[in-house]
Design a binder for this molecule. Structure first.
Ligand SMILES: NC(=O)c1ccc[n+]([C@@H]2O[C@H](COP(=O)([O-])OP(=O)(O)OC[C@H]3O[C@@H](n4cnc5c(N)ncnc54)[C@H](OP(=O)(O)O)[C@@H]3O)[C@@H](O)[C@H]2O)c1
Length: 328
């Protein structure tokens, strides 16, 4: 912590999501953006100026070695999540790492073992788990307001203009390209939180020439429920989620992974519950990190190590079904 009792954050990888995260970090009272790191000095300096940050580094190693950072937010492509997280944890840093936690279960397990071995907090940045509309919907489901959940339908699909070129995070297999790992993890996350681990998964994909999945459709089978899920870079769709039960249904309104409201329908009566987020909504996962650090915990009880491991195991199963393998 700094002299004013603020938790000192560092950001690694200064792309799209890092900018959005930095904006939300400024809305959290006890957070300070203490340093940022890019592979490019100029880019790092520009980002630091834009977000009122004192220190900018031109290497990831330098920020990982800075003793004046409490927690690092890792915002690089998926393929580097494991190495950077483990390196940071071994260098006395707590870590919040973007989703997906890693390319596969084994890498994720090593990250979690590093958190335990070094007694440092670690969480996958599954921000939807902390979204107020999601939490409200989940609480209503748990309270039985829609009866027993028997069906989930969720998609995450948007048309992406530029999918070509080496180094394109969406399609480059060396960076963990493909819709499943980038956005398909959200509908899988929803099913996992509401229904648990499926007994069976069926999945099919269409692929880019690099081998990355462009669109993936999944059926998840549970003992008393089913889910139909879809992820895609090649179509524009609802980005909506419906959880349906024996008494009613609840919609997480579009775009559901960052919902600003949910709609409960019971006995043909519709109730819209408005829960706008503070900032874009990263504030809630940041506050959860702070709470865990204040309580000297190395994992969140809301999105735990085991939750991340279960989710990536489900993702691995889908990957096996569609035949998607990464070079690493
Ligand atoms: N939570 C969410 O809503 C959300 C949304 C979007 C993405 N994400 C996740 O956040 C991560 C980053 O996504 P993004 O959309 O921010 O990607 P992005 O705009 O491409 O930025 C990624 C950054 O990672 C760094 N990087 C390190 N090695 C790289 C390499 N070999 N090729 C390209 N960039 C490299 C670069 O930063 P420097 O040049 O500064 O080193 C780059 O700007 C992904 O894992 C993604 O799944 C989460």
């Amino acid at each position: 912590m700094n002299g004013k009792g603020k938790i000192r954050w560092g950001i690694i990888g200064l792309g799209n999501i890092a900018h959005q995260f930095a904006k939300d970090l400024s809305l959290v009272e006890d957070a300070e953006l203490a340093a940022v790191a890019s592979r490019n000095a100029e880019k790092s300096q520009e980002f630091a100026t834009q977000h009122n940050c004192q220190k900018s580094y031109s290497s990831y190693e330098a920020i990982i070695n800075d003793p004046e950072i409490d927690i690092l937010y890792i915002a690089t492509p998926h393929s580097s999540h494991a190495t950077l997280t483990i390196n940071a944890l071994q260098n006395n840093k707590h870590v919040l790492c973007e989703k997906p936690i890693a390319l596969n279960y084994n890498d994720a397990l090593q990250m979690i073992e590093a958190s335990k071995a070094n007694n440092k907090f670690f969480m996958e940045a599954f921000w939807t788990r902390f979204n107020p509309s999601f939490r409200e919907a989940y609480s209503k489901i748990k309270n039985g307001e829609i009866g027993h959940v028997t069906y989930i339908n969720a998609d995450f699909a948007f048309y992406t203009e530029n999918l070509e070129g080496e180094g394109n995070r969406k399609t480059d297999m060396n960076l963990g390209g493909g819709s499943l790992l980038d956005i398909g993890v959200y509908p899988l996350f929803l099913c996992y939180v509401v229904l648990g681990i499926p007994t069976e998964i069926l999945a099919k994909s269409n692929f880019h020439k690099t081998g990355a999945d462009l669109q993936t459709s999944m059926i998840l089978q549970y003992e008393n429920a089913q889910a139909i899920l879809h992820s895609s870079f090649v179509s524009t769709y609802n980005v909506k989620a419906t959880i349906s039960g024996t008494k009613g249904k609840i919609n997480l309104n579009t775009p559901w992974h960052q919902a600003q409201s949910c709609t409960l329908t019971v006995d043909n009566q519709e109730e819209e519950i408005l829960l706008p987020t503070k900032g874009k909504g990263f504030t809630y996962e940041i506050e959860e990190c702070h709470q865990c650090l204040y309580e000297n915990r190395i994992e969140s009880s809301i999105w735990s190590h085991q939750n991340s491991l279960d989710l990536i195991k489900i993702v691995d199963q889908v990957r096996n079904q569609i035949g998607l393998e990464y070079p690493s």
